[in-house]
Write a protein that binds this ligand. Structure first.
Ligand code: GLA
Length: 345
């Protein structure tokens, strides 16, 4: 009887281990095309909450954004409520009274995916609890919640490239052990040439610039990045992008029109619709992730036309994943050529 029991326990353990091995994901299959979604930072900053996320998920569906290919709701900074007495990271109970798992279930029930945010230091850019030293524990928590994407920032961390590589690798390794397919977005703002190492350490996406502002071009020279500045900074990075590894040009500012929020800082006075149209077009030509940042609950006709343009989205999502190459660049105009699947350009 005792022997039978022991055999049974061994059998159960073996089955458990097998199930675990099955869950080890093939991370080379992640982000075969650039991730598309909506990001909370610009509109809500620290006012993020489960109600907001649910409303945006609803608007993604009712506004036709999901059907056009937008998939993720990316929760950005300011969701955290510290750690519990077992050091598990927890959401702010006022902002997320039902917890992130319930929210992820809601988002998934709409046919969408949920992203979350942390940082490779003890504190995030906005000063909330972050993941340094807790990589495996937090990755496991995110997996248990049903998170599909992690944006991993680099505020409050040492500036050298070697440390950045080490800290990003630690989280990428933790995500691959977490048992869930969590796409990894590296956000060190391009300063340490992430296109040279971010994919190798386990990232699918890496920001190539400082935060974009709602403006065509930086005229103040206080560090703001406008749409044209961003295009120029990415023009020569085409060879680093491809299925599973993308240059991230930061959020779309389409439809913001200078409304307040982080994108209005450093000269972010707003753009006109032709400038927004250009952002959408070039983010698609360069296969950047497309993270909308406008209020999806209230979208005007021009913004809808730009964000839901099926032809330009098809270029962004083209399965060949070859990014546009500059052919002519002078002070007056630039010409880019992008190869597409099926021998098209
Ligand atoms: C950094 C990032 C932004 C945003 C904020 C949040 O500035 O680059 O995209 O995530 O932090 O604090």
């Amino acid at each position: 009887m005792k022997r039978k029991l022991i055999l049974l326990i061994i059998a159960c353990l073996a089955i458990g281990m097998q199930a675990q091995t099955k869950h080890v994901t093939d991370r080379t299959k992640l982000a075969q095309t650039p991730p598309m979604g909506w990001m909370s930072w610009n509109l809500f900053s620290s006012d993020i909450s489960e109600d907001v996320v649910k409303e945006m998920a609803d608007a993604m569906v009712s506004g036709g954004f999901r059907d056009a290919g937008y998939q993720y709701i990316f929760i950005d900074d300011c969701w955290q409520g510290g750690r519990d007495n077992r050091n598990n990271i927890i959401p702010d109970p006022q902002k997320f009274p039902h917890g992130i798992k319930a929210l992820a279930d809601y988002v998934h029930s709409k046919g969408l995916k949920l992203g979350i945010y942390s940082d490779a230091a003890p504190l995030t850019c906005a000063g909330y609890t972050a993941s340094y030293g807790f990589e495996e524990q937090d990755a496991k928590t995110f997996a248990d919640w049903g998170i599909d994407y992690l944006k991993y920032d680099y505020c409050n961390a040492p500036t050298d490239r070697a440390t950045a590589e080490k800290r990003y690798k630690a989280m990428a390794d933790a995500l691959s052990k977490s048992g869930r397919d969590i796409t990894f977005g590296i956000c060190e703002w391009g300063g340490r040439q992430p296109y040279l190492w971010a994919h190798q350490v386990g990232g699918q996406v890496w920001r190539t610039t400082y935060d974009i502002r709602d403006m065509w071009k930086d005229t103040l020279h206080k560090g703001g990045v406008g749409i044209l500045d961003d295009i120029n900074q990415n023009a020569d990075l085409h060879s680093y992008a491809g299925p599973g590894h993308w240059n991230d040009m930061d959020m779309l500012v389409v439809g913001l029109y200078g409304n307040s929020g982080p994108s209005s800082e450093l000269g972010g006075v707003g753009c006109n619709d032709i400038e927004y149209e250009t952002q959408m077009s070039m983010w698609c030509m360069f296969s950047s992730p497309l993270a909308m940042s406008n209020d999806l609950r209230n979208v005007n006709a021009a913004t809808r036309r730009i964000l839901l343009n099926k032809d330009i989205i098809a270029i962004n999502q083209d399965p060949l994943g070859k990014v546009a190459v500059p052919k002519v660049r002078n002070d007056n105009y630039q010409v880019y050529l992008r190869p597409l699947s099926g021998d098209r350009y």
